[in-house]
Ligand binder design. Sequence first.
Ligand code: WQD
Length: 341
Amino acid sequence: MNKRVVVTGGAGYIGSHTVVELVKAGYTPVILDDFSNSTKEVLSGLKAILGFEPALEEVDCSSRTELLQAFDRIAAEGTIDGIIHFAAFKAVGESTQRPLKYYANNIASTVHILEASETHNVSNLVFSSSCTVYGQPDTIPVDEEAPVKGAESPYGYTKQVCERIITDFVASGSPLKAALLRYFNPIGAHPSSHIGELPLGHPNNLVPYLTQAAAKLRDPLTVFGSDYPTPDGTCIRDYIHVMDLANAHVSALHWLSEQENACEAFNLGTGHGNSVLEVIQAFEQATGVPVPHNIGARRPGDITAIFAEASKARHELSWTCKYSLEDALRDAWNWQCTLID
Ligand code: WQD
């Protein structure tokens, strides 16, 4: 029987792409999602790619009772070999306006997941963390040994706290092994365009806003600041194709299965930095579609530059990025075009 993996937030952007790669790698995913930040259209997109709809439990992971009962049902059908925990709110800006929503959901759901793993002897946990745990690093590219600095937002702080909770739980003698995956900037969509990033409402992130502006669905893109100490004055980030990110989760599960005990953080980035203006230029070159944009004021809370030193994941997880920035932007545009129709 295929190894069964519970994927919390599996109907979300990164979660749904990871579900596809899990099935391709021979795992059987079980999605836990409450659709508070995704839509059920994702399930038909997954069916178009996979030929079937993955098993689903509609569950609010921040509700202890709901979550533990869902795990009881899933465990009754057989062993749970692993958990990938995506379910969390992730809008940096919103988290500063509604911190309690983020603390209650992101932290409580992680504690409940650990309780469920203990009850059902699950030994492998992959946790969706973030490069925001580094704040503005002193040196870039940033590696996993860099100090975890004061969080720049309640969102980033929930990731720091959850990493610490998991670390303490593993250190307490639990048989659980954990991989803490620190994402940089996920972008793009599945090459089939059956699934992609479904920002509900006004997109906060660069690429979904950029594609909507290019599709003339939004006002021109505002570049948040061109007076940063970077070559072209705009902020630098490490933009990674969501498919490469999804594959890293499969690699992390495989790595965990080979460990006696483990609680390790891994940077998941391309190792290259691109500025906002470079992303705009790469999009126009990759698609031939102009991006209406103007230069505006800096966005509070933005850091100047960050990109990954990703050799640890490359060596220990035997994982490398296969897609380029242009591939990701082209896939993002092709996905956007399915939404316009
Ligand atoms: C990228 C750059 C903006 C919108 C994200 C996630 C966070 C974490 C890290 C996973 C910045 C600029 C943006 C716009 C712009 N990922 N920008 N105009 O802030 O790096 O954070 O990655 O945990 O969850 O939010 O990503 O896409 O918002 O911004 O100029 O309309 O694009 O200033 O320099 P960010 P982003």
